[in-house]
Design a protein around this ligand. Sequence first.
Ligand code: FES
Length: 130
Amino acid sequence: APSLGYPATRIGSLGTLKEGVGQYFAYPDDAAQGLLLKLGKPAIGGLGKERDIVAFSAACTHMGCGVAYKGERLQCPCHYSMFDPAKNGQVYQGLASSYLPQIPLRIDAAGDIYAVAVEGLIWGRARNIL
Ligand code: FES
């Protein structure tokens, strides 16, 4: 079941999601960007046949710059923090000291992918739902 107060928002579909290519989306509102990923290897919290579909807040937990998906990592262009999307967004390099908030997903029978919550606080916010 979705967590308290979070909308279920369609952010993509199995039919158009490509392995290795991140898709940006807005969640839980238009001011917050997320990244939907198909990693090609199992991930913690991953959905789909290969358990490899995950999503994260795209706001770096150091100072809020937008991260990008490159070389199996989420990388921040500002001060080079790197996060592991297969391990709950754990930071393994750089100035960020906390995980990227993971965005739990649901996939329906038609293959539509929904964001249903945010685990952890989106950078720069006092709470995720404004
Ligand atoms: Fe991402 Fe500084 S804002 S490393």
